[in-house]
Design a protein around this ligand. Structure first.
Ligand code: HEM
Length: 497
């Protein structure tokens, strides 16, 4: 009898303890007086997201719009309390002014054995800083100028292939080739090309099963690891390990003098160590080993972070210009007059295409490749007078902010003139984020996008395909803002004689 009573008491205590944890988790925002929707037990505010028929950014946007007078709002992602920042001044604080309080993204969906695990995106602290400083040298003006002729060659081959339609797959192929040419100084062997195109598409494919894995690895990392969940299938991981290893090894042994990203990676590999230099004290704080895995992680991260994101901006810029005929014509006239002025393509000429850049910025406003970014508080802190605990997840909903009529009137209208004058706050337009973790490939991505769009405008008229149906459908389970299929966005190209 006493054993039974003891057992009952233990079970009751367990339930009470569990109830207390759930109650504490689900009252995080209430006790802090932060507006939020009432959460469901266990799933928080993400119950509908589990149907996997809408991108998670849709739910952030719903909450963003539901509290139009708030500077920030709370939500619950399962048991995790998350803060959605609405106000540009608070965005600036999180990304820039108080960066040391929010330096990282928090747990990410890369399991420890993933090729991405040690990438710049994932690693933290002073190792991140040292690595970032090193990788940043790949995007200096000198290096951009040096790789520019390769970008132009890739663009010209698109024009020469006389395409009749522009769609995602075609731009994907261009971007993979251009990326390998300019960043690694290499062409893909013809026999490997088909496989590379297929595998690189697979990396970005959205499937509910992948989202489940990513949810587990983000919100329940220990359980995800225990269940052997992976960011991407092992075969895909191995394929990129082998490919990038071969590229780096070939480059190291070929003795090619080319100042590009591959050189930065080879130099890192050769040194075997990296110093963390403290500028204030003018001394080396720490030295860490540069392993082959660390180098491959950086090679893959550029591919992963830079490929689909850039393709999507090219695609959406072409789409918007096909719909806005007067903008298209104005951009074409500018491209032609700049090319005449500089006698053809050069880094300086593309930088001088100011209206084209406005068109790209406007596209990035309406269709940012990443719809939101995540930060994590590194310590207990205060945001806008509210006490936030260490490890609170913070969402900056880029798309919601950029489509907010308070910042951009008539936000659904494509109007490149918005960018002809400085914005009232640069923290209302954040397609590449801002602050110390701002996108590393921003200069490369805008240069490559402007160069391909300039080539297309100079040679083709862009017309929306008659099959286009609005609203366009987007992949609910992909990381980036990607159309649901290759045919969803298709633009007809008519060669200008
Ligand atoms: C138009 C294309 C692109 C867009 C819209 C874009 C957007 C972004 C954004 C929003 C972030 C910040 C993410 C965060 O803080 O959570 C980011 C980070 C990053 N991007 Fe890009 N990106 C683009 C192209 C590229 C390219 C071409 C590369 C490489 C060649 C690249 C490499 C990176 C890396 C390495 C980071 C992480 C930086 C760090 O954590 O220190 N991106 N990007």
């Amino acid at each position: 009898m006493t054993t039974l009573m003891l057992l009952v008491a233990v079970v009751v205590c367990c339930f009470l303890y569990l109830g207390l944890i759930l109650w504490k988790a689900n009252t995080y925002w209430e006790v802090r007086g932060v507006k939020h929707f009432k959460p469901w037990p266990l799933v928080g505010n993400l119950a509908r997201a589990l149907k996997f028929n809408r991108h998670v950014s849709f739910f952030y946007d719903e909450i963003y719009k539901a509290f139009p007078t708030e500077r920030m709002v709370g939500m619950y992602e399962f048991l995790t309390p998350t803060l959605i920042i609405r106000d540009p001044t608070l965005v600036e604080n999180v990304l820039v002014r108080e960066f040391s309080t929010y330096p990282d993204h928090g747990p990410l969906f890369f399991e420890p054995s993933s090729i991405s695990y040690e990438s710049i995106f994932t690693i933290t602290g002073i190792r991140w800083r040292a690595l970032r400083n090193k990788l940043l040298t790949s995007f200096s003006t000198g290096k951009m100028k040096a790789i520019f002729p390769d970008i132009v060659r890739s663009c010209q081959s698109v024009v020469d292939s006389d395409p009749k339609r522009l769609h995602k797959d075609m731009l994907h192929e261009f971007a993979v080739k251009s990326f390998l040419n300019s960043m690694f100084g290499t062409n893909i062997l013809p026999e490997g090309e088909e496989e590379l195109m297929a595998k690189s598409k697979e990396v970005f494919q959205g499937k509910p099963q992948r989202i489940i894995q990513q949810i587990m690895l983000t919100f329940f990392p220990k359980l995800g690891d225990f269940l052997n969940m992976k960011f991407m299938p092992k075969t895909l991981d191995n394929y990129f390990r082998n490919l990038l290893n071969t590229l780096v090894e070939q480059r190291a042994s070929a003795n090619i003098k080319r100042d590009d990203y591959a050189k930065v990676l080879c130099d890192m590999n050769k040194m075997g160590k990296m110093d963390v230099y403290n500028r204030e004290n003018k001394r080396i704080d720490e030295t860490f080993d540069v392993t082959n895995d660390l180098v491959l992680a950086q090679a893959f991260m550029f591919f992963f972070a830079g490929l689909d994101t850039t393709v999507l901006v090219m695609l959406h810029t072409a789409l918007e210009l096909s719909l806005a005929k007067s903008c298209q014509e104005k951009a074409r006239q500018e491209v032609r007059s700049v090319l005449k002025k500089y006698g053809g393509y050069s880094w300086e000429a593309v930088r001088d295409m100011k209206y084209l850049d406005q068109c790209i910025q406007e596209t990035l406003r309406m269709h940012p490749s990443l719809q939101f970014i995540v930060r994590m508080s590194d310590k207990d802190t205060v945001i806008d007078g509210v006490k936030i605990k260490k490890n609170t997840r913070i969402i900056i909903p880029l798309h919601s902010i950029q489509m907010d009529p308070n910042h951009f009137p008539n936000p659904h209208i494509f109007d490149p003139e918005r960018f002809s004058v400085p914005l009232s706050s640069k923290f209302t337009h954040l397609p590449f984020s801002e602050g110390p973790r701002v996108c590393l490939g921003k200069r490369f991505a805008t240069l490559e996008t402007a160069t391909i769009i300039a080539h297309i405008l100079d040679n083709f008229e862009l017309h929306p395909s008659p099959e286009l149906k609005f609203p366009l459908k987007y992949e609910p389970n992909a990381l980036f803002h990607s159309p649901i299929s290759n045919d969803e966005i298709s633009i007809i190209l008519k060669r200008i004689m």
